[in-house]
Structures are given as structure tokens and as C-alpha cells.
Design a protein. Structure first.
Length: 434
């Protein structure tokens, strides 16, 4: 029997715990920076957190640091500082906010970010490559770039037998070879020998997280859906990236599954009245994050899924579990699958969305191209056109930014969103009369 005490202690727990873990993480980074220590700078698409954690290296995610400046409504100060320093208003806002953080010697609204002792990146976004060069110039830190081959044919990458698999195996070995070079760099920097058993332990925690993440995504198929993929999802993504490969991170996601299962069993939705089920494509509008979400929830629209939950989940997107008997081989396979999948969900979002329409019983899709991010935004219009031609699904195309409030017009966004929901209501009305 469910009691009120159960509900009070379980519902909302993941958001409370996520905020606490986030504060603790930034607190540790701040202490480290004050002591003059460094951290490995990594990115959400292919962080290699597993290898870095096996060397006990502290990890910082500049993308997450930057988005926090927008959520805390001070991003414009950082952007303007970087522009005054010489960066174009046109480039990725995450880069510029980070440049300002570096110019301020790590000072950040959540504390202080240590200098980079190492930067690890993939080719998942071309901006990563130029961004890391900025740290190299500013701090003379080593950079390890891992080239992850993208998809060369339609359909998801596979790792089973056949000619397609030979190509997959070649790609996997290519990634593994580069990963071994990263390990050598970590040995040189840390003065520690690589410990395969330690990596196995880290991978075990990552497996628990991936299993739970898969279940979290599945649970939001329920009606009403237990979480908002945009707001709650951003908290989950922070923990999925920052605490990947740790026991705390694994436990957080297992607790989250318990909370969401509880909500589903008891019919507790994230909205009191979920009238429309939506998917979000792109990166959220952080400068007015709460208001942006309210524009949809006020109409009973809930984000039940998003491409963001795939491409920014730090390797958990496929629910892939590492083979602990072959840790390095399996890690290379997991990286290849997850980074490739992340790239596909950005560049070929129509494939991911086609699956989501049925799985999540979607009423509409919101495309949100942003000025700052060409990687995610280029091609959204083409993807929308393809989907409109092939599926009977309502969609909305609204433009703003994830960092720069100067290009966010709340009134214009609201007009477009209101008109979209009016259209959805009339669509539903017509369908009920058919
Ligand atoms: S361009 Fe887009 S994907 Fe690349 S770093 Fe910037 S926000 Fe991330």
C-alpha cells in the first residue's frame, strides 16, 4: 500500500539529489582550483570518463560549466567579455563563456574551475577541436583527440557477424588504438601505472548507470509521463556525464528508476494534466529556461523525449554494457557505438524521431535551432521536411539560443508556441469528429 510518506520521500528525490551532487562536484573542483590543481577537460560526446576515473583524475566538462552560466542568468557577462577579448559574436556560446572563465582564472557562478591538466576530445563536434586549441594556447596543456568514425550507411551501427561487422571491427580497433595512446598520456601525467582491474571496477559502475538510463527513457513512455525530458532531463544529464563510472552515479540512477517506477505505478505524472506529448530537438533555451518550459506546460504540453537525452548522455544513450572480461576492447566498442549514435541523433534526427513518434505516442515535435550551435542546428529544417513528408505529425520550428539572451525574444517565442498549441487542439478536435 502506498502512503503519503512514501510519496513525499520518493517523488522529487532525484532532482534534490541531483542538485546536491552537482554542488558537491563543483565544490570539489573549486577546492582543487584553490589548491592549484588541474582537471582533465572533456566533452559530453565521448568523454572517456571511464579511463580518466581509473586514474582518479578529476574531470571538468566545459560545456556544462558554460550552460550553468546561462541557467544562472549571467551568461551575457561572460559572452561579452570573450567578445571584447576578440571572439566573434557568431561562434558557439559555450566556447565564449569558457574563454571568459579562463580569463577570470576559473571564476564561475558555481565556484572555481581548475586549469586543464589535459584535454580529451572526439570529432563528434568540429568546434571541440578548435576549442581545445584555445586551452593549449592559454595553458600549454596536452591534448588527446580521438577520431571516432561516423556512420557510413543507413541504420544503426552493429557489432554482429557479416561484412558490415568487419568494417565495424576495423573501426573498433581504430578507436582502441587511440584509446591506448590516451592511457599512455594519462600514465605520463599522473605518474601512475594503468590498472586494468580499476578500469573494470569503473566500467561496472558505468554498466549499472547505462542499464538504469535505458530504463529511465523507457519509463517516460507511460501516460502520464513521470518526468520532463527538458527540465528534469537536464539534471539527469549532468549526473550521467559528471559521475559516469562512479558508485555514486550508479546509485543515483538506480534510485531514479525506483522513483520513476513508483510514479508510473501510482499514475503520478510530471504535469497534473498532460494533454500533449512532445519531443524536443536541439539544445534548450537556457537563458530563459524556466519560462521557455512554462510556455509548453501551460498548455498541458510535456516533453516526454528529446534528442538531447541521446546525444548528450555521455555514453549511456545506447544502454550498452561493457564486457568486463575484455574491458579495453569493450570500452572501445561502447565508445564507437555511443559517439556514432550521438552524431546520428544530431545529423540524422529524422531516424531517431521516427522511432520516438510511436514509442512515445507523440502529438508534436519542437525543433529548436540555435544561433550558437551549427553542429546541432544545421540540417534541422531538412529533417523536419523529411518527417513532415513521411509522417502525419505536427511540428514547430522556433529559433533562439542556448546561451545568448540577445537573440532570445520571449514574446515572439510565446506567439509561435501559442499558435502551435491552438493548431494541435484543432487537429485533435477534427480527429475526434472523423
Ligand atoms: S557547437 Fe554545438 S555541439 Fe559543438 S560545442 Fe558548441 S554547443 Fe556543443
Amino acid at each position: 500500500m502506498t502512503t503519503q510518506t512514501d510519496t513525499q520521500s520518493i517523488v522529487g528525490r532525484a532532482n534534490r539529489d541531483g542538485a546536491r551532487l552537482f554542488r558537491d562536484w563543483f565544490g570539489e573542483l573549486t577546492d582543487l582550483a584553490e589548491q592549484g590543481g588541474g582537471a582533465a577537460y572533456v566533452f559530453v560526446m565521448g568523454s572517456f570518463n571511464e579511463i580518466l576515473k581509473s586514474f582518479d583524475m578529476p574531470v571538468a566538462f566545459p560545456e556544462i560549466n558554460s550552460l550553468q552560466t546561462a541557467v544562472r542568468r549571467v551568461a551575457h557577462e561572460y559572452l561579452e567579455e570573450a567578445e571584447d577579448y576578440g571572439y566573434s559574436p557568431d561562434i558557439c556560446g559555450y566556447v565564449k563563456a569558457d574563454v571568459a572563465v579562463q580569463l577570470r582564472e576559473g571564476k564561475h557562478p558555481m565556484g572555481r574551475i581548475p586549469k586543464p591538466s589535459l584535454a580529451v576530445l572526439t570529432n563528434a563536434c568540429n568546434t571541440y577541436v578548435k576549442w581545445a586549441e584555445i586551452w593549449e594556447r592559454m595553458h600549454d596543456c596536452p591534448i588527446v583527440t580521438i577520431d571516432v568514425p561516423g556512420s557510413r550507411e543507413q541504420g544503426r551501427a552493429v557489432s554482429t557477424a557479416g561484412s558490415r561487422e568487419r568494417r565495424f571491427e576495423n573501426d573498433r580497433r581504430y578507436v582502441e588504438g587511440q584509446m591506448r595512446e590516451l592511457i599512455t598520456t594519462c600514465e605520463q601525467l599522473s605518474g601512475k601505472r594503468f590498472d586494468l582491474d580499476k578500469l573494470r571496477e569503473v566500467l561496472g559502475y558505468a554498466n549499472r548507470m547505462s542499464r538504469a538510463w535505458k530504463r529511465v527513457l523507457e519509463l517516460n513512455r507511460a501516460k502520464p509521463s513521470p518526468f520532463n525530458a527538458l527540465t528534469d532531463g537536464t539534471i539527469y544529464l549532468g549526473v550521467a556525464n559528471g559521475l559516469r563510472g562512479t558508485e555514486v552515479g550508479a546509485k543515483y540512477f538506480e534510485d531514479l528508476v525506483e522513483e520513476l517506477e513508483y510514479k508510473v505505478e501510482n499514475g503520478i505524472g510530471t504535469l497534473n494534466d498532460e494533454s500533449y506529448r512532445l519531443a524536443f530537438v536541439g539544445v534548450p533555451c537556457y537563458p530563459i529556461f524556466r519560462r521557455f518550459t512554462e510556455m509548453f506546460t501551460e498548455w498541458g504540453g510535456n516533453y516526454v523525449s528529446s534528442t538531447y537525452l541521446w546525444f548528450a548522455s555521455g555514453g549511456a544513450n545506447r544502454g550498452f554494457e561493457y564486457d568486463l572480461d575484455k574491458p579495453l576492447e569493450s570500452l572501445a566498442e561502447g565508445v564507437l557505438l555511443s559517439v556514432r549514435d550521438a552524431m546520428d541523433s544530431m545529423f540524422h534526427n529524422d531516424r531517431v524521431l521516427t522511432e520516438m513518434i510511436d514509442e512515445f505516442a507523440l502529438d508534436g515535435i519542437i525543433y529548436h535551432p540555435i544561433k550558437s550551435c551549427r553542429t546541432v542546428s544545421t540540417g534541422l529544417a531538412d529533417g523536419r521536411r523529411f518527417l513532415s513528408a513521411n509522417r502525419d505529425i505536427a511540428s514547430l520550428f522556433i529559433e533562439s539560443d542556448m546561451m545568448d539572451r540577445r537573440v532570445v525574444s520571449e514574446a515572439q517565442l510565446k506567439n509561435r508556441v501559442d499558435a502551435f498549441f491552438e493548431g494541435l487542439a484543432s487537429r485533435r478536435h477534427q480527429a475526434s469528429r472523423a
